[in-house]
Design a protein around this ligand. Structure first.
Ligand code: 3UK
Length: 526
């Protein structure tokens, strides 16, 4: 095989079989291949701020950024943290790093200084790039962290510097199984875990889900409301279109109904990727008269949390398009069980995607009886190798023989469709993003007027989970419930990512506890 290539053969039952050359650097098939295949002039990226980037320009900018890393002595295997908004430069930085053998680590741009400080220390990164929008939290994190990052680059400066670099770069001779990039996943204790992904993993998800399930093709225009720093957005908005030689539309601003409707009419995307909370907000906007023209869209996709059947039906009725719900995870990189263009069952996650296997186990580790709920494990060739520096968490999640413990409770219904039944831990998905009750509780208890706090997930009117707070006031606190609520709301908004604030507040005299003093969240939920 030619270096840095993938061969795809078909197996009737198992979908595509992928074989990788040695050496293999995944930047070559995702970026450089398109020049050899005649797509130099084709638009790879459009942005809502009017930027348009061809495949040829993309390849040049990727090489320049890779060369800049070499000039700065960032070595193969070193980590490069990215706190970068959705923009063309995200691609140059991410792929330039990979091509040079450096490990890019895109971080959630909604986080706060203490979160970034943790990741700086955990990754011991050699470099960090951030968009100017995140100056405040990133600069504070660089102050707080113990690890000193040698290369601290504001996005605009480093991109300007790289414009002087050579536009030719030899790919670092990695192999398909080598570490390629990381994505942090939130832990139930509030400490994020860096999932270490290999060079082959983005090829596997782009082919097995992107091409073989969704049917992404060269003339598609992808638009992901979920940002690139999520595994979901990274696939939707970057690797799927690049794999197919298609194009993507990037928007840096917050995904609101207005912003997305504007993108639909200006850019005419053919594939749209959202999360249930946004579909619910878009439907509410349509109900109050907002114009949403979806005629260009072939399929809509939903992931991150379960899509309520009611949203599926109303969306189809109001927009004429179908939402394909699928479950994916940061650890699996993308969707592994999904509804499909030729099979949709609302209120289920659909069926296992060819190329993945799934099993549902009971508390003794044996397969459950037909139709019973249990622990969902999956196996496939896109799953993360380990969590960085977390051997115990790795052992709980990355199991022998390639099985991945999802932490989800699932059952299989009479049609063979997978039905989501909840989580084993107390983790919640809020707007499709992991939220730890422990982290919100710790933040509330830090406030001098709070003695104890408990957070549970509660469903709102659309059937989507949001945090609900139960608070015991500290001794002598005189404020009314309403006054205290405002104060605590401001406190949480200051110290935690914006989606983590409680939507309902209760001030109580005591909290239900176990004999060992652990809060019984399940009793508060009832
Ligand atoms: C939950 C779902 C029911 C489930 C993701 C698509 O969400 C993604 O990754 P995360 O690491 O979270 C994974 C967890 O989220 N979940 C996701 N999708 C669904 N539950 N129905 C769904 N459709 O608990 C899962 O374990 O943030 C989604 C692609 C890539 C992703 N990383």
């Amino acid at each position: 095989m030619e270096p840095h290539t993938v061969s795809i053969t078909r197996e009737a039952a198992n979908g595509a079989k992928l074989t990788f050359s040695t050496p293999f650097n995944v930047a070559v098939p995702f970026i450089d291949r398109h020049l050899a295949e005649g797509r130099s002039k084709k638009t790879a990226i459009q942005t809502t701020t009017g930027v348009s980037v061809s495949y040829a320009a993309l390849a040049d900018r990727v090489n320049q950024f890779g060369n800049l890393l070499k000039e700065a002595s960032v070595q193969p295997g070193h980590r490069l943290l990215m706190v970068v908004k959705d923009c063309a430069e995200f691609f140059y930085i991410f792929w330039g790093a990979i091509k040079a053998g450096v490990i890019p680590v895109p971080l959630n741009t909604l986080l706060k200084a203490k979160d970034y400080a943790y990741m700086i220390d955990d990754s011991a990164a050699a470099g960090i790039v951030w968009s100017p929008e995140y100056d405040r939290e990133v600069l504070a994190a660089l102050e707080q962290a113990e690890h000193h990052i040698a290369n601290q680059w504001r996005q605009d400066d480093v991109i300007a510097m790289s414009a002087a670099a050579n536009t030719a770069l030899k790919p670092h001779p990695a192999s398909a199984d080598d570490d390629c990039f990381w994505l942090y996943s939130s832990g139930s204790t509030g400490f994020p875990k860096g999932a270490v992904h290999r060079h082959r993993n983005m090829v596997v998800t782009s082919q097995q889900y992107g091409v073989d399930v969704l049917g992404v093709r060269e003339d598609d225009v992808c638009f992901s409301a979920a940002k690139l720093f999520f595994a979901y957005g990274l696939g939707n908005g970057m690797t799927f279109p690049l794999w197919a030689g298609a194009s993507t539309v990037l928007a840096a601003d917050r995904p609101t109904p207005g912003m997305t409707f504007d993108v639909f009419s200006r850019f005419r995307p053919t594939l749209y990727f959202g999360v249930p909370t946004l579909y619910a907000a878009q439907l509410a906007a349509i109900d109050t008269g907002a114009a949403c023209d979806m005629r260009s869209v072939r399929w809509c996709v939903s992931a991150g949390e379960a899509l309520p059947a009611d949203i599926f039906r109303r969306w189809k009725e109001k927009t004429g398009t179908t939402i394909l719900d699928g479950i994916g995870s940061t650890e699996a990189l993308h969707i592994f069980i999904s509804n499909r263009p030729d099979l949709q069952k609302p209120a289920t996650s659909g069926k296992v995607i060819p190329g993945y296997e799934a099993r549902i186990l009971n508390e003794h580790g044996s397969p459950v009886a037909k139709g019973e709920a249990g622990a969902l494990q999956i196996r496939g060739s896109s799953t993360a190798r380990i969590y960085w520096n977390k051997p115990e968490k790795t052992d709980e999640t990355m199991l022998p023989e390639g099985w991945l413990n999802t932490g989800d409770i699932y059952r299989v219904d009479e049609d063979g469709c997978y039905v989501y039944e909840g989580r084993f831990d107390d983790m919640m998905k809020v707007g499709g993003i992991w939220t730890s009750p422990v982290e919100i509780e710790a933040c509330l208890v830090d406030h001098p007027k709070v003695l104890e706090a408990a957070i549970v997930g509660r469903k709102d009117n659309a059937g989507l989970v949001k945090p609900e707070a139960w608070i015991i006031r500290a001794n002598g606190v005189k404020e009314s419930d309403a006054e205290l609520q405002v104060e605590l709301y401001d406190h949480v908004k200051t110290f935690l990512a914006p989606y983590k604030y409680p939507r309902w507040w209760h001030f109580v005299e005591e909290l239900p506890k176990t004999a060992t003093g652990k809060i019984q969240r399940f009793r508060l939920r009832q």
